[in-house]
Each structure stands twice: as C-alpha cells, then as structure tokens.
Design a protein around this ligand. Sequence first.
Ligand SMILES: NC(=O)c1ccc[n+]([C@@H]2O[C@H](COP(=O)([O-])OP(=O)(O)OC[C@H]3O[C@@H](n4cnc5c(N)ncnc54)[C@H](O)[C@@H]3O)[C@@H](O)[C@H]2O)c1
Length: 299
Amino acid sequence: MSLLQAHAGLAGKNAVLIGGATGIGRAIALKLAEAGVNIASCDKDAQGAADIVAEVEAHGVSILSAVANVLNVAALDSFFDQVEARFDHVDILVNIAGGTGRGPFVEATREYDAEMIRLNYSYVLDSTRRIVPLIRKSGHGGTIVNFTTIEAHRGAAGYSVYAGAKAAVTNFTRSVAVELGKEAIRINVIAPDTSPSVGYGKRGGDEAARMARFASITPEQRAQSTAMYIPMQEAPGVDDLANTVLFLVSDLAKCITGQVIHVDGGTSASLGFIDWPFGDGHGPSPQPESIDRLFGGVG
Ligand SMILES: NC(=O)c1ccc[n+]([C@@H]2O[C@H](COP(=O)([O-])OP(=O)(O)OC[C@H]3O[C@@H](n4cnc5c(N)ncnc54)[C@H](O)[C@@H]3O)[C@@H](O)[C@H]2O)c1
C-alpha cells in the first residue's frame, strides 16, 4: 500500500453512486473500486449497469448494480431499500446523474422545468435524506459529493433552468455541510465545465445540432478553439473528475466541507477572458486590428 493510499483511508468503505454505470459515473466507480471501496450504484442505463459489475469485481470488491431512473421517485426509493439491505452502514455518497437540454427559457414548458429540476436538484435532496441515517450508522461520519456546473456560476443563456437547479445544488451543499459538520459528515460539490462524457453528447434542444457542427471541424481547429477557451488548453476528462471525487471522499480531504471545486482547466478562473489568436492574448475581446481577420471584414 502506498503512502497516499494509507492516508486516504478508503479500503473497506462502502459507497453509493447515483449514476455510476457509464461515463463520469463509471470512472468514479472504477477509481473507488481500485481503492478498495464496495459499491452500490443505480443508473438509468441498463446495459451500463450490467457491464460495470465485472469491471468493479475485478478489483476484489463487491457491487450492487441496479437500474433506476432518478426521475422516478419510487425507483430511487426502491434502490435505497436495496442499499439498506446490502450494507450495515454507508461511508460515501456521490450524486452524479444530471443533464440538460439547450434552448430559450420562454419556450420551455412546465413539464420540462419539472424534469430539469428533478434531474439536477430534487433527487439530490431525496438521496441525501436517505443516506444520512446510513452514514450515521458508521459511527465515524462520512462524506457526500454532488455535481454542479460552471453554468451555476455565470449567466448561462440557453440553460436557464439547469443553471438555476445546479446553483440550488451548490447552496444546498454548503448549507447541509454546516448542518452536519458536527457529525463529521462532509459534503462538497464539483463543478465541471466541458468534459466529454456520455450525457454530454446526448443533450436535447438544439445542442445536438451544435455539437454535430462542432464535430465537423478539423482536430487542429478544435484544439485551437479549446485552447482559446480553456487556460490549460485541454478539457478535463472523466478520469480527472473521478480523481477529484477520490480525493474529496478520502481522509486526505478530512477538513474540507461545503466547498465548490471547479475541475475545468481554469475556465472559471478566467471568467470569460478568451486567449485570442494573432498574439492578442487574454481579454474579453480581440484587439481591433484582429477583428477583420477573425470576422471577415465586419463593418
Ligand atoms: N460533462 C460535462 O462537461 C459536465 C459539465 C457540467 C456539469 N456536469 C455535471 O456532471 C454530472 C455528470 O455529467 P454527464 O451527464 O456529462 O455524465 P455522464 O454522461 O457520464 O453520466 C453519468 C451517469 O449518470 C447516468 N444518468 C444520467 N441521467 C440519469 C437518470 N435520470 N437516472 C439515473 N442515471 C442517470 C448516466 O447513464 C451515466 O451513467 C451531471 O450532474 C452534470 O450536470 C457535467
């Protein structure tokens, strides 16, 4: 066991993942399994939920992998009943499932609003309420990680309902961290920006068409445009997000609670500053001499 593993104190713990079968969730499940953590996961993706079993068990830990859509209150409740039957206590909860479409707020329906709020916020309340009694049974506290987004930290045109729901997750996380601090139950929230994932390619509204257009540019053009937006010039991958979860749920983070951790390669720090080409450098807009070259003689 390495020094880091010894200090992380994760081996033998029990974790519950909401959305732990594919993409970011799968990466988190596998990192935790590698660290010796037993897993209970629910996911709407039945194939992914079946496939993850052998991958987790290969690390010598156990897994309960259920199919449940968080939009279905009864299905999520039934998953937590299974968790209670499986584990005598839980140490870790990670609420990963979430997602959005894109489009004008005024054209959306009440049904769409309700779905977005359930998918990105309300189920997190249900899941947290169900896990706390199970964490209390550990006798030594425990930890929860939620997922918000950069869109909860800026005016995100086209994503208004999602942005509002995710901002609620952020302040819910801070508030519960204060409520549960004296019980050594830590709760933090991760804010990704642009991380290619399963859900990322399946967003509704006009997002799919936008992404298809983006996919039609050359790899060099894509790298150049990414470099303009992301200070570290590369989008974090699912393993980068999973590594952050691993740190937050480990004893290495034992004094960290109520915090938002941006895993975005620096985009939240640059806050709208773009690294413009032609040597213009960072700023909210390119230098006047570059505008013709960029926008083809506008004006
Ligand atoms: N990928 C990004 O760039 C990005 C950016 C900002 C925020 N986020 C947030 O990170 C989290 C994961 O994002 P993602 O969607 O890109 O990851 P993802 O596509 O890897 O999905 C994670 C897992 O959640 C499951 N899932 C999705 N909806 C579900 C539902 N209704 N019920 C049960 N399981 C469900 C998926 O099947 C998948 O296995 C979300 O909360 C998302 O809002 C992601």
